[in-house]
Write a protein that binds this ligand. Sequence first.
Ligand SMILES: *[C@@H]1O[C@H](CO)[C@@H](O)[C@H](O)[C@H]1NC(C)=O
Ligand SMILES: *[C@@H]1O[C@H](CO)[C@@H](O)[C@H](O)[C@H]1NC(C)=O
Length: 353
Amino acid sequence: MMLLPSTHPLSLLFIFLLHSLPPCTAARPVPEFPFRELTVSTVKNYNRFLSSKRGSRVNGLSEIKKYFHYLGYLGSLDCNISDDILNAKLESAIQHYQSRLGLQVTGKLDHDTVSQILVPKCAVPDGESSPTLHATKNYVYFPGKPRWARRIPMILTYGFSPDNSYHHLSLSDIRKAFKRAFSRWASVIPVSFVEADDYGFADIKIGFYIGDHGDGEPFDGVLGILAHSFSPESGKLHLDAAETWAVDFGVEKSDVAVDLESVAVHEIGHLLGLAHSPVKTAVMYPSLKPREKKVDLSIDDIHGVQSLYGSNANFTFASLLESDTSANPAFGLRFEPSLLAMSMFLAASFLCL
Ligand SMILES: *[C@@H]1O[C@H](CO)[C@@H](O)[C@H](O)[C@H]1NC(C)=O
Ligand SMILES: *[C@@H]1O[C@H](CO)[C@@H](O)[C@H](O)[C@H]1NC(C)=O
């Protein structure tokens, strides 16, 4: 695939999300934003969408159709999402999308609409918080708000699949990265994570897989999809073994290296019940650039997970500030230890999205 320069805003990698399905339906992870074809060239060429008439064939339109289909705006039964033909169903899907996102409702793939399509955002179609531009945006749950239903405080065990391992890092480095990732969540909620002696009995099962690995969501090789996991209480966390996983960018010089701990923190958030957040600083934001490290929970992540599990007795937002000022000075400057100030800060940052 074409890799954009890593400083380009579109050179994002998309972390997969899980999707909660009703009980009794086979759980299946659903890609959050599997639309790598929707890139700079799509935006540059949006005129070809704008000037085309109903019934005409427009190169690349099937990617747009798949996107609307994924978001739930376009059914695959009444519209062939694999062809490039502009039809009435797509036009009405575009109108629906535009009205949901506060865009001018034209039914056309105009510049604002195409630009909006390219912004990675939470795409859980029936999320508890819907992506509308003018509403306050924050953390998102899976439909039905599933969480691990054990008594608080709870202990969840995790294990690494002995048959699906990653050979370019030592198991000890992988375990350390995950231990740190789990401890970030454990410090804010009354849930602790303990490595299981027996993988078969672990609540959370972590493994590295290549390509099609039997859950209906094949991995795609280097970059693109990095990982996926499932909503509670499945506990499955899968990483794409084709990535160049890194625990130390000083040692791993590859341009396409992906920080294991950052992806672990994000996927654990899914395992606990958080879907993707539209807040850019959140670890639950759906994308990560190559060689980017993003491991600190944001206020949005913390509010989200605490509203599922409650707060860890030892956690205070002041302690967060102490540990966070060097990592994120803007946050430190804006922070005032009152809930009102905090929600104002959040509202301000949401508006800037
Ligand atoms: C949908 O479009 C694709 C690509 O043009 C074509 O191969 C396929 O046969 C079409 N499917 C149906 C059901 O018409
Ligand atoms: C809070 O901290 C104390 C002392 O470090 C520790 O013993 C206790 O388990 C912690 N409580 C929780 C809920 O993590």
